[in-house]
Design a protein around this ligand. Structure first.
Ligand SMILES: CCCCCCCC(=O)SCCNC(=O)CCNC(=O)[C@H](O)C(C)(C)COP(=O)(O)OP(=O)(O)OC[C@H]1O[C@@H](n2cnc3c(N)ncnc32)[C@H](O)[C@@H]1OP(=O)(O)O
Length: 214
């Protein structure tokens, strides 16, 4: 990654997919195969949550995972060089923590997207975990907060109201928008819907980082 600027390394949070960014995936951390790997990991976690496997399969999986953990330990890099969470050219920044979000449309101060929570994000009784819903809002509101050339900010408060059960494995609609910007403060609002049903609403406050806080 020698010679790449920080912006080239992690991209800028202007997009949820490549839109407008001239980045060559082969030159980015993780290379061209990272998106497929992150997608496979997401799929693996969703599949694992949904099975009751026989004992020999459990042992075999544990052994393979142990082997991969040991191989990966040798390839550890500082956070700024890792592809996970830094690949803004890929869905979910190339990580499997947050659910899969696809941007549909956006204006200067609003954004619409679809989101599907996998079985991995299930809390119980066919409802998505409330923490996963909060994670979704923090991720999308947080990224959108930094768009249109705005300097980076951090979440200082996130209030989520759970209005109805959020179903897994269904395409849901997410809308987020700026409510107010004043000084270092940005207030954003988000709404998650399953058809006409409002599943959750969020209000978040972001504080722009001072140069010494980046
Ligand atoms: C591209 C990647 C996108 C991913 C999105 C994910 C986003 C995240 O999850 S960020 C991680 C979670 N958040 C954090 O770790 C933040 C931890 N907090 C901090 O680091 C610090 O509070 C920081 C740096 C943001 C601000 O600290 P500092 O510069 O000292 O601000 P401070 O002076 O205390 O507060 C600034 C203003 O905000 C207000 N404020 C601060 N916290 C709160 C709060 N919780 N509620 C209401 N107001 C608050 C203060 O009252 C103050 O207001 P005023 O200027 O009117 O007096």
């Amino acid at each position: 990654m020698v010679g790449l600027s920080w912006a080239e390394r992690i991209g800028v949070p202007e997009s949820f997919a490549l839109a407008g960014l001239e980045m060559d995936p082969a030159r980015l951390p993780g290379g061209t195969g990272w998106g497929e790997l992150a997608g496979e990991l997401r799929g693996y976690l969703d599949a694992l949550v949904g099975v009751d496997p026989p004992a020999d399969l459990v042992s075999e999986m544990a052994e393979q995972l142990r082997s991969w953990r040991e191989r990966l330990a040798a390839a550890r890099v500082p956070e700024r060089d890792q592809p996970w969470g830094h690949r803004v050219d890929l869905p979910a920044r190339g990580q499997a923590l947050a659910p899969h979000v696809e941007m549909l449309d956006r204006g200067d101060d609003w954004l619409e997207a679809t989101v599907v929570f996998g079985r991995f994000h299930l809390g119980g009784h066919d409802a998505v975990h409330g923490g996963a819903v909060a994670l979704l809002f923090d991720e999308v509101l947080g990224r959108f907060s930094d768009t249109h050339g705005r300097p980076a900010a951090r979440t200082v408060s996130l209030d989520v109201a759970f209005r109805a059960v959020t179903p897994p494995e269904r395409e849901l609609r997410l809308r987020v928008w700026f409510e107010r910007e004043h000084g270092r403060k940005r207030q954003l609002h988000g709404e998650l819907r399953d058809g006409d049903v409002v599943c959750a609403e969020a209000r978040a406050l972001f504080i722009v980082l001072r140069p010494d806080q980046g």
